[in-house]
Design a protein around this ligand. Structure first.
Ligand code: BES
Ligand code: MN
Ligand code: ZN
Length: 498
C-alpha cells in the first residue's frame, strides 16, 4: 500500500482544485453544527451547509460520514462531513476526536484521489495521524490488491502558529504515523513468514536504515549467554529463537530509557496447548516487540535527546518433541530459576530474560510492553491497556497513554500474589494456582526481574494491539500499532522533563 502524500494547503480550501473537501461536524444539542475551519466551504453554500447536513440525517456523532454533492458551488465535487462527536463545555474537541474523524474520512473517500481537509485547522498533528492511519490497509498477501485511490491530501493550516511550526508538526506527525504503520505491518505479516529469524532480519533492516547499532543473538549466542527463558520457550519450534538489541544514542542525551517488547511470533500455548477457536489471532503475540522496534526507530528519526535501547526477545511457542514442558525448571538470564507450570504463560519467561539484560545497562527508566494476558481483556476490554509497575512512573505512563488516545489504566501489583508464585522446586513458578488477578500476577512475576530502584512500567496490550472487529475511526481490522504512540509520547515526555 502506498500512503497518500500530505501537504499544507497553500490556497484557501474553498478554491482548491480537488475531488473532495473534508469538513468536521459536531453534535450541537439535538442538531448538527460545523466545526471550526469549515467556514469558507459553508460560505459557498450561502451559510446553509449545517442545514443541508441536518436534512441528510447528519448528527455530528463520532465516526459519522455524510457526503454532500457541491453542484458546482465549489471546484470540488463533494463535501465529506466527518463527525467529531460532542465538544466540551467550551466548544473544544480532543485530538483523539480529530484523529478518529480524520481516519473515518480517509476510509470513506472512495475514488477521490486528491482531497483537502479542514480538520487540520482544529488539530494539525491529529489530522495528519488520523488521515495516514485511516488510509492504511494491508494488502501484501492479496494477488490482486485493490489500488488505494487517495494520493494527496492538502491540509488547511491552523490559525495559530507560523508556517515553520506547521511544517515541523506535519513532519513529526507523519513520522509517528509511519512508525505505527511499521508496527501494524509487522503484526499483520502472517506467522509462516514472520518467525524469529525473519523478524530479527526485519528489525535489523529497520534499525540499519535509521543508522542504529544492532546486535542479534541466535540460538548459539543465547545458549552461550544463558538466556534460559528465551531458549526454553523457543525450543519447541523448528524456527529457533532470537534476541535483538538495538541502540540509539541521541544528541545531548541526559536520560537512558530501556525498551523491552514481547516477540512471540506465534503462540499455540505449547504443550499446554490453546483451544482452536481464535488461535489465529495469536499471530499478534509479537505486537509488543513490533511496537518497541518501531518506537526506537522513530526516536532516532525525531532525534529525541535520549539514549534508548530496545531489547527484543523473539520466539515461537510450539508443541513438539523438543518443546519445554509443564514441570520443567528453567534457569533464566541472571541465574534465577523458574518452574514452568503452564507453557502458555510463555511471554513472562522470555521477558524476564530480556528485562534482566536490559537492566544491565543501568537505564533511568524501563518501559516493557506485551500482549501478556487474556485477563487484560477480561478486566479492561479490547481497547484499554493495563499499565503496571513502580507507582509514580506507572501513573505517568497511564496518563500519557490516555492523552495519546491509545488508552491505558493504572493497575496494582498486589503483594499477596507473590506468595502464589512460590514453587516447590525453583525460585518461583510461572503461574499461580488460580485464575484471580491473572494480569496482575503476570506483572508480579515480571517485578521479580526488575531492579528495586528502577522506575518501570509494564503495558499489557493483549486486547489493544489487535483489532478483531470492523474498522472504526483510524483503526482497521488487524494489527493496530498500539502502543507505539504511547511509547513515543513517554520518550518525548522524558526528553522534556527528565
Ligand atoms: N499471548 C497470550 C495472551 C493473550 C490472550 C494475548 C488473548 C492476546 C489475546 C499469553 O501468552 C497467554 O497465553 N496467557 C495466558 C496466561 C495463563 C496461562 C496464566 C492467559 O492469559 O490465558
Ligand atoms: Mn501464551
Ligand atoms: Zn503469548
Amino acid at each position: 500500500m502506498t500512503a497518500p502524500k500530505l501537504a499544507l494547503a497553500t490556497a484557501p480550501v474553498s478554491d482548491a482544485q480537488v475531488d473532495a473537501i473534508v469538513v468536521g461536524t459536531v453534535q450541537n444539542g439535538s442538531g448538527v453544527a460545523l466545526a471550526p475551519g469549515g467556514g469558507s466551504v459553508d460560505a459557498a453554500f450561502d451559510g446553509t451547509l449545517a442545514e443541508v447536513l441536518g436534512a441528510l440525517g447528519a448528527t455530528g456523532r463520532l465516526d459519522e460520514i455524510v457526503k454532500v454533492p457541491t453542484m458546482g458551488r465549489l471546484k470540488a465535487r463533494l463535501v465529506v462531513a466527518a463527525g467529531l462527536g460532542k465538544p466540551d463545555a467550551d466548544g473544544a474537541v480532543t485530538p483523539e476526536q480529530v484523529r478518529r474523524a480524520s481516519g473515518a474520512a480517509a476510509r470513506a473517500l472512495g475514488s477521490s484521489r486528491h482531497v483537502a481537509s479542514t480538520l487540520s485547522t482544529v488539530d494539525l498533528q491529529a489530522a495528519v495521524e488520523g488521515t495516514l492511519l485511516g488510509a492504511y490497509s494491508f494488502s501484501a498477501y492479496k494477488s490482486d490488491p485493490a489500488k488505494a485511490a487517495l494520493a494527496k491530501v492538502d491540509l488547511a493550516a491552523p490559525e495559530t502558529g507560523g508556517t515553520k511550526e506547521h511544517r515541523a508538526t506535519l513532519k513529526a506527525a507523519t513520522a509517528i504515523a509511519e512508525a505505527v504503520i511499521v508496527a501494524r505491518d509487522l503484526v499483520n505479516t502472517p506467522p509462516n513468514d514472520l518467525y524469529p529469524a525473519s523478524f530479527a532480519e526485519r528489525a535489523v533492516a529497520l534499525a540499519k536504515d535509521a543508522g542504529l547499532d544492532v546486535e542479534v543473538l541466535d540460538e548459539k549466542g543465547l545458549k552461550k549467554n544463558g538466556f534460559g527463558g528465551v531458549l526454553g520457550v523457543g525450543g519447541g519450534s523448528a524456527r529457533q529463537p532470537r534476541l535483538v538489541r538495538i541502540t540509539y544514542k541521541g544528541p545531548k542525551a541526559r536520560r537512558k530509557v530501556a525498551l523491552v517488547g514481547k516477540g512471540i511470533t506465534f503462540d499455540t500455548g505449547g504443550i499446554s496447548i490453546k483451544p482452536a477457536a481464535n488461535m489465529e489471532q495469536m499471530t499478534s503475540d509479537m505486537g509488543g516487540a513490533a511496537a518497541v522496534v518501531a518506537s526506537i526507530v522513530l526516536a532516532a528519526r525525531l532525534k529525541y535527546p535520549l539514549h534508548v535501547t530496545a531489547t527484543v526477545p523473539m520466539a515461537e511457542n510450539m508443541p513438539s518433541g523438543n518443546a519445554y514442558r509443564p514441570g520443567d525448571v528453567l534457569t533464566m538470564y541472571g541465574g534465577k530459576t523458574v518452574e514452568v507450570l503452564n507453557t502458555d504463560a510463555e511471554g513472562r519467561l522470555i521477558l524476564a530474560d530480556a528485562i534482566v539484560r536490559a537492566a544491565e545497562d543501568d537505564p533511568d527508566y524501563l518501559v516493557e510492553t506485551s500482549t501478556l494476558t487474556g485477563a487484560q481483556l477480561v478486566s479492561l476490554g479490547t481497547r484499554t491497556a493495563g499499565v503496571m509497575g513502580s507507582d509514580e512512573f506507572r501513573d505517568r505512563v497511564a496518563g500519557i497513554a490516555r492523552a495519546t488516545g491509545e488508552g491505558g489504566w493504572a493497575m496494582p501489583l498486589p503483594d499477596e500474589l507473590r506468595a502464589d508464585l512460590d514453587s516447590r522446586l525453583a525460585d518461583l513458578a510461572n503461574v499461580t494456582g488460580h485464575r484471580w488477578g491473572s494480569m496482575l500476577a503476570a506483572g508480579v512475576f515480571l517485578r521479580e526481574f526488575v531492579p528495586d530502584d528502577l522506575p518501570w512500567a509494564h503495558i499489557d496490550v493483549a486486547g489493544p494491539a489487535y483489532h478483531a472487529g470492523g474498522p472504526y475511526g483510524y483503526t482497521a481490522k488487524g494489527g493496530t500499532g498500539v502502543p507505539v504512540r504511547t511509547i513515543a509520547a513517554v520518550l518525548a515526555d522524558i526528553a522534556a522533563n527528565g
